[in-house]
Design a protein around this ligand. Structure first.
Ligand code: NAD
Ligand code: UDP
Length: 309
């Protein structure tokens, strides 16, 4: 297949690109490097099956030749980054999704949207199944991300219903691994880099809020399985292994043998209290479940960060 991947120079997009190439497909990567880095795909330089195009997908996308899939993974994903790039985040998920759905229509390609567990907002249902409609503050400080992802899902469903688009939607829960940007401000990168620099680990609030952490290889496995299945509504992909943020800080300290103290900083406004995926749909539909424990995945991630300058 020939697959267009947006956000190919980002964390998840670069792993998806590697996997598609390993399966013998051709990949056209598109990225404008707002939060990603060309070095995430530098190892692919010279590959006859990969090309990287520097383009902002909020502008119409034109690509020569056929496409079988358009996979839209471009968007800032870390809260500090999407707050810093608020308008760009709204636009990549709104206009970007529109241009990519139109590209897929013109090429007769299928369309794949990377959505997020943030569509559930600060969830009142726990764990979160796909039919939970969420608790989102439409004008809150995270709204540039969660509302634009909700719009992207709605637009994708509208193309599927009214224009016959062959679409897939995944709702990704907190995912981590090598090639995350060390400075992106997410909890995994902050705690690992703080421990490596022998700085205090910054826990926001009292650390009782929870997250469930998925290693990137498990996400990519679920993603490629969904490509092969005829199902058009959203599917959760995440690891139900749930930690409070304070427990997570202690785990990182233990795994890294770190003596860094834990300090408490103010909780950001609208920070979700809890988050855990209900993955029964993905289990039934894809025969999928995560295989990498948080301990193993974190050790692989720590090794990566130890090696980068
Ligand atoms: P990332 O920031 O590492 O990657 C995003 C990539 O998209 C970057 O390379 C960035 O430069 C590119 N990009 C952004 N706007 C663009 C535009 N207008 N045109 C072209 N390229 C653009 O983030 P990530 O963690 O790899 O996230 C990838 C996707 O997965 C995003 O859609 C994100 O919303 C989604 N997601 C990620 C997580 C997670 O935990 N990592 C959770 C939920 C959803
Ligand atoms: N967090 C924290 N310390 C940090 C960074 C984040 O305590 O240095 C908390 C944050 O408030 C949230 C959780 O960790 O409750 C996960 O944050 P992240 O930015 O990784 O992702 P989110 O799930 O909020 O999108």
């Amino acid at each position: 297949m020939r697959v267009l991947v947006t956000g190919a120079a980002g964390f998840i997009g670069s792993h998806l690109t590697d996997r598609l190439l390993a399966e013998g497909h051709q990949v056209v990567g598109v990225d404008c490097f707002i939060t990603g880095h060309p070095q995430n795909v530098a190892h692919l330089a010279g590959s006859p099956d990969f090309v990287l195009i520097d383009h902002d997908v909020t502008c119409p996308v034109e690509v020569d030749g056929p496409l079988d899939w358009v996979m839209h993974f471009a968007s800032p994903a870390s809260p500090p980054k999407y707050m810093q790039h608020a308008i760009e985040t709204l636009r990549v998920n709104a206009e970007g999704t529109y241009h990519l759905l139109e590209l897929a229509r013109r090429k007769g390609a299928a369309f794949f949207l990377a959505s997020t567990s943030e569509v559930y907002g600060d969830p009142e249902v726990h764990p979160q199944p796909e039919d939970y409609r969420g608790n989102v503050n439409s004008i809150g400080p995270r709204s540039m991300y969660d509302e634009s992802k909700r719009y992207a899902e709605a637009l994708t469903m509208a193309y599927a219903r009214s224009r016959g688009a062959d679409a897939r939607i995944i709702r990704i829960f907190n995912t981590y691994g090598p090639r995350m940007d060390a400075d992106d401000g997410r909890v995994v990168t902050n705690f690992i880099t703080q421990a490596l620099r022998e700085q205090p680990l910054t826990v926001y609030g009292d650390g009782s809020q929870t997250r469930s952490f998925q290693y990137v290889d498990d996400l990519i496995e679920g993603t490629v399985r969904l490509v092969k299945v005829d199902y058009h509504k959203p599917v959760n992909l995440g690891n139900p292994e749930e930690y409070s943020v304070l427990e997570f800080a202690s785990l990182i300290k233990e795994l890294m043998g770190s003596a860094s103290p834990i300090v408490f900083e103010p909780l950001p406004e609208d920070d979700p209290r809890q988050r855990q995926p209900d993955i029964s749909l993905a289990q039934r539909l894809l025969g999928w479940q995560p295989h990498v424990s948080v301990r193993d995945g974190l050790m692989r991630t720590v090794e990566y960060f130890r090696l980068i300058p």
